[in-house]
Design a protein around this ligand. Sequence first.
Ligand SMILES: Cc1cc2nc3c(=O)[nH]c(=O)nc-3n(C[C@H](O)[C@H](O)[C@H](O)COP(=O)(O)OP(=O)(O)OC[C@H]3O[C@@H](n4cnc5c(N)ncnc54)[C@H](O)[C@@H]3O)c2cc1C
Length: 346
Amino acid sequence: MIRSPRIEIVGCGIAAATSALLASQRGYAVSFERGSNPSERIVSVPRDTVDLVQGLTGLSIVRTVPSRWVTARRVAWESREFSSMPLEVLVFDADALARAIAERFVSQEFEVIAATENAPPSDWTVVAEGRTAGIARVTAGVRQAVGGWVAGLPGLDEATMVVACVPHAWIFAAPHPVSGITLIAVHPPARSGVAPRDILGDAVDFLWPGFGASVKRHSGRSVPAAPSFAPDCASHGRIAAGEAAVSFDPLRGDGVGHAVRGALLAQSIIAAIASGADQGPCLTYYRSRLVCAFAEHVQTCSAHYRRAWNAPVWCDEIALMSECIAKTAAERPLGFRLEGRELVPA
Ligand SMILES: Cc1cc2nc3c(=O)[nH]c(=O)nc-3n(C[C@H](O)[C@H](O)[C@H](O)COP(=O)(O)OP(=O)(O)OC[C@H]3O[C@@H](n4cnc5c(N)ncnc54)[C@H](O)[C@@H]3O)c2cc1C
């Protein structure tokens, strides 16, 4: 008889919480430590990701965490002139959603094994520690992001977001789900003359003169914002999911969608192997699916940064993205496909 695998999940973000819930729904014994981290990460995600989260977890994001639908985007990317376009994305705190998914996992009273020294050894470890997971990574650049908040900006209502290039960065501004406006500036690594703490204020002042001084910068340093991939994301008994495996540039990334889809794919791989499929081809398929997602994302980002009116700022980033594209372009995922929650032969 094939025994259900025991799964240890490391991490406390969306990928970890989704992995815990999905594995439990299969009847697997799961050890998962909910994070008590009161952090906040404001993200915008498209409707299909909102629907996917609901389909997999049963949670309506809109009813579960503070959120706002954004219906218009003002963009000044290829030129300094703004153009407007319709959009449908939901803005919310990804960390709050992860905590809500973890609550659901616990409240459903699945078999949870405390991660203690006495717990039986796990068959699988799902590494979902985010971008900082201690796995070697291929990175498509060294750009960084710094976040902040401002009470209000002229011309920015509660249903509009802005994506715009500024002289030394690009900036994202969107309604905060509770109040005010959330800001992210993505910039090349600290350069001489302007410390990163000034970049967000400079960027705001460029677009909304006089408002830079009102920006409250989030505590902590700039965080890495370039796409990256962990080549060793799948090995015997160990699989990385979410940003621990692939991370995305906030410019083009549906990082939350990928974290949820990554958790879904990882659990389908574990389930297939638990049902007797050969580990090698399943793990190879997992890795190649992620390489392809990474390669496509880097190609899209590269094209986008090349078209920016401040493209000279990004020349080192564009060169690093080109190197990655050359290394990853030939990969193709073969042998399987995901049908619902199951891995099936292609
Ligand atoms: C600046 C920025 C803006 C972004 N904007 C968007 C956006 O608009 N839309 C979008 O879809 N995505 C966006 N993303 C990406 C999105 O936030 C991530 O893709 C998503 O949150 C990844 O989820 P995760 O669970 O894989 O990792 P994380 O959210 O990083 O979660 C991992 C968690 O595990 C914890 N952890 C680490 N080690 C351990 C351990 N040993 N034990 C327990 N816990 C541990 C970490 O503290 C962290 O809280 C953005 C990212 C950044 C950096």
